[in-house]
Design a protein. Structure first.
Length: 94
């Protein structure tokens, strides 16, 4: 992709961070775009559970990622997601 204008393309993902496929999307696919310097701005909206239980794994993963981004930065949050992804998908190479 040629650089036409800064931040011309925006992509927003709404993902359930408790699902392995979502973790792979963030830790492998999006990370490749960022590392290559492709001019696309990414946004991640964690999906939260609408059930009566506020302690669902979906909601807790969203809270953990929000905390990590807020306190120590996006890079460490992505590293955390990569570690979780590797532990859940033992058959994939990390």
């Amino acid at each position: 992709m040629n650089l036409v204008a800064r931040n011309l393309n925006n992509v927003v993902f709404v993902l359930d961070l408790s699902q392995p496929a979502s973790l792979v999307l963030v830790t492998q696919n999006i990370k490749q775009f960022i590392s290559r310097g492709i001019p696309v701005r990414f946004g991640l909206v964690p999906l939260v559970s609408s059930s009566d239980s506020p302690n669902s794994i979906t909601t807790e993963m969203a809270q953990v990622v929000w905390y990590l981004v807020d306190k120590i930065g996006r890079g460490q949050a992505i590293k955390f997601l990569q570690d979780v992804s590797c532990s859940r998908l033992s058959s994939r190479e990390c």
